[in-house]
Design a binder for this molecule. Structure first.
Ligand SMILES: [Zn+2]
Ligand SMILES: [Zn+2]
Length: 406
């Protein structure tokens, strides 16, 4: 990052404060943002990570009276158009006006020096790299810990089709990190205690100077925890947490669909530093039924029938989820017709759907001699043409061909 890029950044808007904000206002704004954007609270969230870095960078400058003054002055100069030479100029003297930002910057920092000229602000990303690559929820305890909402958890459960329609109570086992029961989250062998980290003096942060700027970064000696454990707890090996399986039961409500996520508020991980629990999400998988399907609140069922049953009419006995019903099929029913059995569907939030029954002609693959004779007799006796429109179309086409050729 060049000095120019640096001064083109609006640190005030980054922190959401005015240019005249007091030191206290800046500190307050930063604390709120840092809390919300902290990587421990937003695992895997790249945007939050970028914002967190930007906010930290802004705070580093604005919280220091000297740096803030330099920054304000340089930005005022920029706004007044004093740096026309910046366009393509990278190094000293590249500007047309002979005015170089890096010179100004060097002067302003009174010999502290930006060192490598335009590249002087680089390396900020490196400073934060270690912090963001710690992964997972990080070690609890330490000086930086503030109350936060616990992490959300997700688990899966598979239930049968009838249970998905009627609702069911299921047992759940959730594997999660919990405070080590041996050391109660201290990480040290019982009877011993951690000592203050001599490098950061318990703050968990060290300061690195870069040019005239100082950056805070997690202490490498204690990994940001602020303390050193000489005698680790034998159960958690100094990790302060252990993996545990928590068992609970929950009611899956009637009418749940395959793939639906059910939120159990407050059943997630405990909040670090005394914060509220996270939530638990249960993803429900429903094993399909061999007879029934589902369409919203309606159940669907396909019933195979014979051609004579549709042609002559019949009464079918069809199953529902809980019993059976009689279904009157009138003579001359078309194949695929749907019948509605009111109230035999899924009840969700007080509303009950229907059972939709489709009739589907099963064409026999094998015919007995008697059946074949009867069918042939039927074919002869049945004179109505089921393809009347098509037959007509074919005839007119024949006519057209004949007409052309004569
Ligand atoms: Zn330390
Ligand atoms: Zn332990």
């Amino acid at each position: 990052m060049s000095a120019k890029d640096y001064y083109e950044k609006d640190f005030y808007s980054e922190l959401g404060v005015t240019k005249t904000a007091s030191g206290d206002e800046i500190k307050k704004a930063y604390r709120k943002l840092a809390r919300d954007l902290h990587p421990d609270k937003n695992p895997g969230n790249k945007r939050a990570e970028e914002r967190f870095k930007a906010v930290s960078e802004a705070y580093d400058v604005l919280s220091d009276t000297e740096k803030r003054k330099e920054y304000d002055e340089a930005r005022n100069l920029m706004a007044s158009g004093a740096f026309r030479g910046f366009g393509g100029g990278a190094g000293p003297g590249a500007g047309t006006g002979g005015f170089d930002m890096n010179d100004l910057f060097r002067n302003a920092s009174q010999g502290g020096g930006m060192g490598a000229g335009a590249g002087g602000m680089g390396g900020l990303g490196d400073l934060f790299g270690g912090l963001f690559n710690r992964g997972g929820a990080g070690a609890p305890g330490g000086a930086r810990m503030r109350p936060q909402k616990g992490a959300d958890l997700e688990t899966e459960v598979r239930i049968g089709f009838a249970d998905s329609v009627n609702g069911v109570t299921v047992p759940l086992g959730i594997t999660e990190r919990a405070t080590c029961p041996t050391c109660h989250g201290i990480g040290a062998k019982p009877g011993t205690s951690p000592r203050e980290c001599p490098v950061c003096h318990g703050t968990g942060l060290t300061t690195r100077n870069q040019g005239s700027f100082a950056f805070s970064e997690p202490c490498a000696n204690c990994h940001g925890t602020g303390s050193i454990i000489d005698d680790p707890c034998p159960t958690c090996h100094g990790e302060r947490t252990v993996l545990q399986t928590r068992r609970l039961t929950t009611r899956i409500p009637a009418g749940v669909s395959d793939g639906q996520r059910i939120k159990l508020a407050g059943k997630g991980e405990p909040g670090p530093g005394g914060g509220p629990n996270g939530d638990l999400y249960v993803v429900v998988h429903v094993t399909p039924d061999e007879l029934f399907g589902r369409n919203g609140d309606n159940l669907t069922l396909t019933v195979p029938v014979t051609f004579p049953e549709l042609a002559l009419g019949t009464t079918l006995t069809v199953p529902t989820l809980s019993g059976s019903v009689s279904l009157r099929v009138p003579a001359g029913t078309s194949n695929g017709r749907k019948f509605r059995v009111k109230g035999a569907g899924v009840t969700r939030r007080g509303v009950t759907g229907d059972l939709i029954v489709s009739v589907d002609v099963a064409v026999p693959q094998k015919l007995s001699g008697a059946a074949k004779d009867a069918l042939e007799a039927f074919a002869k006796a049945q004179t109505a043409d089921p393809r009347e429109a098509i037959t007509r179309a074919l005839r007119s086409r024949d006519g057209a061909v004949t007409g052309n050729s004569s």
